[in-house]
Design a protein around this ligand. Structure first.
Ligand SMILES: Cc1cc2nc3c(=O)[nH]c(=O)nc-3n(C[C@H](O)[C@H](O)[C@H](O)COP(=O)(O)O)c2cc1C
Ligand code: SF4
Length: 666
């Protein structure tokens, strides 16, 4: 074990609470709630991460008042009746040796008031994004209500057995909306001067101290709002410094961003385009400016080893790994046992976690399909099953199916037509900026090889081969093929696979490239960016009223900035037709008007792919054939991995899979 790793895994005290190491799980909303209360899924989820060795878990944002509740699957703490459900989480985490702090917050203007039939509350009547509702500018009576609600929530968390509290004054939530001159235009005692804008946070901290004097209280802040005229690190350090004089803060948790419909929001959950630890400098700034106050660092620290380096460099006291813990709940234990090389890495795709939060669905993970169903899967894995499984296809679904079946005790053979494994993920990861995605299938392949599963590449399976193998179960994970709709008389058309070869090749790329963004996929978006980065003039054409619609807002806002930086032109509500060999016409389906794009060297068709499912139909008479991933229906790696795991561990291994499938579907 390296020195930095040993230091990161050594015990520490935070606000008087002993922690077994310096790695924590930062708060992340799971959408596992019901009627704004925690469920058994929460307890199972956090217990799994505590079992995985982390020192401290900070809960997801617990809304203190119904005006912040939004959808009912988020967490709130509005009455004493919620205490037992919170206690169940704390008990489960403590039983596994970790400490747990409750994050208490009011979301302010971005709370979904439509769900609760309440208006969102904020400092001023300023919406967070174009098209969002204008919030209600809070009266002093409303402010008093929120202050009391913070106090009540603190008292309830204390009764529920939590070790500490984290007051959320960052991420553009209500307290930050008061702190920031961008969102606080008030002229009363809560607006104007810095001291006035700080008033609400001080009142909240006072109420929390009075209500739960026995609990240490940390503060989460955004070091930088990344907004013109917004809070910058110097301002936020001054805020924390002032508060520290009045309150015995246990720590400052240094994050960043405002909840604003711009690049700022995308920084909060920086995706793979940002690279490793893009905002690590903030923690160091706070640590130097506020000696003696423990500083918690966060965001794309990516692995225990890399995070440990931050502590070793003196830039942070504790390091947070949120998405890495979604992807691999046991990453701390693996590092402690010298098995860091077995970690399943978060690929920073934002597809399964925050992407599903945005869709009002429980979180999942591209890497870890067991998220939120830990108990069901533990039951599945506990039952060993004999027999053989043939997996056809070595992309994410096939690799996942092979591993899952092996784990159930099956004898597994995997055949892949190409001479390498990884399928379309390996292809997508060749596009500049998307390289980290390749970790998904590289680590799957690593684990398949380590498990000793028989792998035959360069073998195209046909019905004869499948029948000759005489496996008890067959999993077909043969993927999909891209569409290529020719434009007769028009410019040459590339499918997405050809486009990857072109943009990653040595040859010059065409001067003008048109990308048909029919599905709003990452494929279209990343190719647009990559061609533009190589100097092409790129036109991204969407037949619908939005672009890159499958890309979560939390990533699309960063993508938009990169499009702007690269000069990508986006055309909405336009269809593409050929005019001549280097001209296409964009047609406005509303007015019928057309507009030419000239000098076009290539049109990339990023329309819907087609399942490669011929083998499935040829094997219609074979009883135990299961299909997974794009071969089932062309979608994304999130579905491929999930269906691969289900196919290998459930469909191919359970005599009666229905009860498990039902439990997983809930
Ligand atoms: C699905 C998801 C939900 C999140 N919800 C919260 C939340 O409830 N409260 C909070 O303070 N931060 C939340 N965050 C932000 C994380 O705490 C963290 O700052 C961010 O994910 C960057 O850290 P990471 O790179 O280790 O994931 C959320 C992040 C994700 C991915
Ligand atoms: S879905 Fe993607 S970003 Fe989210 S935790 Fe999993 S791998 Fe990481």
């Amino acid at each position: 074990m390296t020195g930095p790793l040993r230091a990161a895994l050594s015990p520490v005290e935070l606000g008087g609470v002993p922690l077994r190491n310096r790695v924590f799980v930062p708060g992340h909303t799971t959408n596992f709630g019901h009627e704004n209360r925690p469920t058994a899924r929460h307890a199972d989820y956090h217990a799994e991460r505590a079992r995985g060795g982390v020192g401290l878990i900070i809960t997801e944002a617990i809304r203190v008042h119904p005006t912040s509740a939004g959808r009912h699957i988020s967490l709130g703490c509005f009455d004493d009746a919620s205490i037992p459900a919170y206690a169940a989480i704390a008990d489960a985490v403590h039983a596994e040796g970790a400490a747990i702090f409750a994050q208490i917050m009011h979301a302010g203007r971005q709370a979904n008031g439509d769900a609760t039939r309440t208006a969102a509350w904020s400092a001023s009547a300023l919406p967070w994004a174009t098209g969002a509702h204008t919030p209600h500018a809070m009266s002093t009576r409303d402010i008093g209500t929120v202050v009391r609600a913070f106090g009540a929530a603190a008292a309830r968390m204390s009764r529920a057995g939590y070790d500490g509290l984290e007051v959320h004054a960052g991420h553009g939530h209500l307290l930050q909306q008061f702190l920031s001159p961008v969102t606080n235009h008030r002229t009363d005692g809560y607006g104007g001067s810095g001291a006035n804008r700080l008033r609400l946070t001080r009142e909240v901290l006072t109420a929390v101290r009075v209500a739960a004097p026995e609990l240490p209280v940390g503060l989460r802040v955004s070091a930088d709002e990344f907004l013109p005229g917004g809070l910058e690190p110097g301002d936020v350090i001054e805020i924390v410094s002032t508060l520290r004089e009045e309150f015995p803060l246990a720590y400052v948790h240094v994050s960043h961003s405002a909840y604003h419909g711009s690049w700022s929001l995308a920084t909060q959950m920086a995706d793979m385009s940002f690279g490793h630890a893009p905002f690590r400098h903030h923690a160091g700034m706070f640590r130097r400016a506020l000696p003696g106050l423990p500083v918690l660092a966060v965001c794309r620290l990516d692995s225990v080893g890399e995070a440990a380096e931050l502590i070793a460099s003196g830039e942070a006291d504790l390091v947070g790994l949120a998405r890495p813990h979604i992807a691999d709940p046991h990453l701390v234990r693996k590092a402690a046992e010298g098995r860091e090389h077995e970690t399943r890495s978060c690929v920073a795709c934002n597809q399964g976690c925050i992407g599903r939060v945005e869709q009002n669905l429980p979180i999942s993970c591209v890497v870890n399909p067991e998220v939120g169903a830990e108990r069901v899967w533990a039951g599945v894995h506990s039952r060993r099953r004999a027999g053989s499984v043939l997996v056809v296809g070595g992309g994410p679904a096939g690799l996942e199916a092979a591993l899952a079946a092996h784990r159930r005790g099956k004898r597994v053979t995997l055949v892949e037509a190409a001479d390498r494994l990884g399928g379309q993920v390996a292809l997508a990861a060749r596009v500049p900026g998307r390289e980290r995605f390749g970790l998904l299938t590289r680590e799957l392949e690593r684990d398949v090889r380590a498990a000793g599963i028989t792998v035959r590449t360069g073998v195209r399976a046909d019905a004869g081969l499948v029948r000759a193998e005489c496996a008890d179960d067959v999993v077909l994970a043969t993927g999909s093929v891209p569409v290529r709709r020719e434009l007769p008389g028009g410019p040459p058309v590339l499918d997405t696979w050809q486009a990857v070869e072109t943009v990653c090749g040595e040859e010059a790329v065409p001067n003008v490239v048109v990308i048909r963004d029919d599905c709003g996929s990452w494929a279209a978006a990343s190719l647009a960016e990559a061609f533009a980065a190589r100097g092409a003039r790129v036109h991204l054409v969407s037949p619908s009223a939005s672009y890159s619609a499958q890309v979560t807002t939390y990533s699309r806002l960063a993508l938009t900035k990169r499009f702007t930086d690269h000069g990508v032109r986006v055309h909405l509500l336009r269809t593409v037709s050929p005019k001549d060999s280097d001209t296409v016409l964009l047609t406005d389906p509303v007015s019928g008007g057309t507009e030419p794009i000239t000098g076009v060297g290539a049109v990339v068709d990023a329309g819907a792919a087609t399942s490669a499912d011929a083998l499935l139909h040829e094997l219609a008479d074979v009883a135990r054939v299961h299909v997974a991933g794009d071969a089932n229906a062309p979608r994304t790696a999130l579905e491929a991995v999930y269906e691969g795991r289900v196919a290998g561990a459930v469909l191919a291994a359970e005599p009666d899979p229905e009860p498990v499938l039902l439990a997983l579907s809930r």
